[in-house]
Design a protein around this ligand. Sequence first.
Ligand code: 2X7
Ligand code: FE2
Length: 299
Amino acid sequence: MAKKGEIVAGVLAPHPPHLVYAENPDQNEPTAECGWETLRWGYERLRKSLSEIDYDVLIVHSPHWRTQVGTHFLGVEKFKSLSVDPIFPNLFRFHYDLTVDVNLAQGIHDEAKGAGLVTEMMTNPDFRVDYGTIVSCHMTNPDWDKPLVGISSNGGARYFNMDVLGATMLKLGEATRKAVEASGKRAVLLASNSLSHRHFTTESEVVEDMSKEHINNHNQYLWDMRMIEMMRSGKGQQVLDVMTDFTEQATAETDGGSLTWLLSALGVPDYPATLHGYGTVIGTGNAVMEWRPGQEARA
Ligand code: 2X7
Ligand code: FE2
């Protein structure tokens, strides 16, 4: 019998382009002196943690690949181009060259379609991959030596409401888990989103001047801390229960559905997530957090 696949880790993996900018990788044109270290060190801890496990593929759900209707999947094996952030072209001009696990993408697509979701494989070879996907993947695996599955987010939270989007993302998460199990592969899932997401509308002269960086408002900070504490104490269902209020009251980037998708794919964790780091980027709240299904069973 074929080996059963599994989700070996799930990560809340935020994608401010500032993090890649401050890392100064060869692929990015602009260069920085420093910046956002608490988050970048958080990603460093994540990478160290993931280096302890074997995995075959990264599956990333991105708020910045926005398909207004339904869920789309990258469906071409190779994408190579220049990604320029539309808001921060001064920080992010990234030359990417990535490989997609099209078989697994098709498997998740088929499971999701079977569950009644509106789905599409994206087969345009000239498609420009969004910076949400690229930043989360780069910060998690800067060697780019694993294939990825790219999943779009949709506009359901605005067109309908957050509860409708949430119900769809719960189904998408279950479909993802079933397809991973059927594939025989070991997958790491990335929910590519910030927590609170109200941000500044002006930029300081030196973008990486950390004396200017702080949370946009106290309400956002309180919400971020509450969500992090729930995740750190294994209250996955409670996180889902407050997701709509959090999203609306903290203007959170969870409106793309990435975190709901992740929690569902993990079977709604009742075990703690590890917080690798928290920090603000132009006033938004960002946490790098990791769930390891089965870890407590092994312990
Ligand atoms: O897309 C983003 C984000 N989510 C948070 C902060 C800064 C920039 O871009
Ligand atoms: Fe974003």
